[in-house]
Design a protein around this ligand. Structure first.
Ligand SMILES: [Fe+2]
Length: 198
């Protein structure tokens, strides 16, 4: 379960899903409420995440960053990084290291609640080396277990039917997906900031 693109500063505020074709079986989209998630976390873990921010660190080779950011100018890249609150280090071989620091817990849009929403769980599952605490300490294994257990407990599954539409508030609702084996599942996703207040 994750908030979309929380590994960088400018997150899409809203996500839209459209089911062009459902899977034959499994492949549900999963959602849970980040406010409820926060409320379920133990006080020691709440304290851990309020004192320690998350740090995402990636190394990107020269050809790859030039393609990704569509520039070969390091000054332009530096400007982009500054705008995104990302720390840039350039190595001798012109590969780069990007560091982005963010909190795992954020205030809700109304400011009244705390919301646990971030990219922690999938990053730890798929690319565990790129995520640590800001001080380079590891996120403890028992904390990851606690978070995975909460996520599983409070998750709602959405079983897709053809032409279903789902709108997600990416500032509060985490999403994920169950595995599937067939090649029928065809879900379109758009990331956006709405042109209306919500
Ligand atoms: Fe996602």
């Amino acid at each position: 379960m994750h908030g979309e693109m929380y590994y960088q500063q400018n997150i899409p505020l809203m996500l839209w899903f459209f089911c062009a074709n459902p899977p034959l079986e499994d492949g549900e989209t999963t959602v849970c409420d980040g406010r409820q998630f926060f409320n379920q976390i133990s006080s020691s873990t709440k304290e851990l995440f309020s004192k320690n921010k998350l740090k995402f660190t990636v190394r990107i080779f020269k050809e790859d960053w030039q393609k990704k950011y569509q520039t070969n100018n390091l000054n332009t890249l530096e400007e982009m990084c500054q705008k995104n609150n990302t720390h840039l280090t350039v190595n001798d071989d012109q590969s780069i290291i990007l560091e982005y620091i963010s909190s795992a817990i954020i205030p809700s849009r109304c400011g009244k609640y705390q919301v646990f929403i971030n990219s922690l769980l999938p990053t730890k599952q798929l690319s565990p080396k790129i995520l640590k605490f800001e001080d380079d300490s590891e996120i403890p294994e028992d904390v990851l277990c606690e978070l995975n257990e909460i996520a599983e407990k409070i998750t709602t599954e959405i079983s897709w039917q053809k032409r279903d539409i789902l709108m997600i508030d990416n500032t509060r609702i985490l999403h994920g997906r169950r595995g599937f084996a067939d090649d029928q599942r065809d879900i379109y996703i758009r990331l956006c900031s709405p042109a209306f207040s919500f």
